[in-house]
Design a protein around this ligand. Structure first.
Ligand SMILES: *Cc1c(COP(=O)(O)O)cnc(C)c1O
Length: 231
């Protein structure tokens, strides 16, 4: 078995154990393997081991890999910083985007999603604490943005995403993730039918699952340490 296949198994076991220990069904948590900076050979190995969802954060690198991979049934998630000049390619080549944080981006994606494709799955990235250099929608603007996206025909609002600052203690990690869960629950009162909390990475996926995560984005634990330069 390749390293990647073995790592995937270990990560799936971590997910299952975390789910069971808080009374959740492991099937309700989807693993997004974050393949950024790793070569297409690693993606092929993971796909052969049954892994379907891949996260990329650098558009140019992702487009090269998506074209090169050309695997039927693979799903691509854009998880990087989103700017207006990137929306067209994201709308064209990805199945999911986790990092929408303002109306203008959503409007562009909605206009640019090709008509032969199903609506683009969208998560709103939320900024949980006020750090000026951080991207993400602030909680007080969240409801307006969610309402606007929920009526866009070429987008499907699925939920919320966050990237909290790294913390080492489980309780601290979990409490941050619970804030996102609460924000999502507040929106669901408006019957938007959200079903996704995109939160948790290699070092905090257990805490994220304890706080209700439905998608963990895991890079290092699946593919090993990232090469310094993109492939
Ligand atoms: C790189 C990245 C990850 C994966 O991080 P690891 O610590 O390697 O698991 C998850 N989410 C986002 C947005 C990332 O950019």
């Amino acid at each position: 078995m390749s390293n990647v296949a073995e790592n995937l198994k270990i990560v799936q076991q971590r997910i299952a154990k975390a789910a069971v220990s808080c009374g959740r069904n492991p099937q309700d948590i989807r693993l997004i393997s974050v393949s950024k900076r790793h070569p297409v050979t690693a993606i092929r190995a993971a796909f052969a081991a049954g892994q379907v969802d891949y996260g990329e954060n650098h558009l140019q690198e992702a487009l090269t890999k998506i074209t090169e991979c050309d695997i039927e049934g693979i799903r691509w998630h854009f998880i990087g910083a989103l700017q207006s000049n990137k929306t067209r390619s994201v709308a064209q080549y990805f199945d999911w985007v986790h990092t929408v944080d303002r109306l203008k981006l959503a409007e562009r994606l909605n206009t640019q999603r090709p008509h032969h494709a199903s609506p683009l799955n969208v998560c709103i990235q939320v900024k949980l604490i006020d750090e000026p250099q951080k991207t993400g929608c602030s909680p007080d603007k969240l409801e307006d943005l969610a309402r606007a996206i929920s009526v866009m025909p070429r987008l499907k609002l699925r939920g919320l995403m966050c990237i909290p600052p790294p913390m080492t203690d489980f309780v601290g990690q979990r409490d941050r993730f619970l804030e996102l869960n609460k924000l999502a629950a507040g929106l669901n009162l408006g019957k938007m039918g959200l079903d996704t909390l995109s939160m948790g990475m290699s070092d905090d996926l257990e805490a994220a699952i304890a706080a209700g995560s439905t998608m963990v984005r895991v890079g290092t634990a699946v593919f090993g340490p990232r090469p310094v330069k993109p492939v």
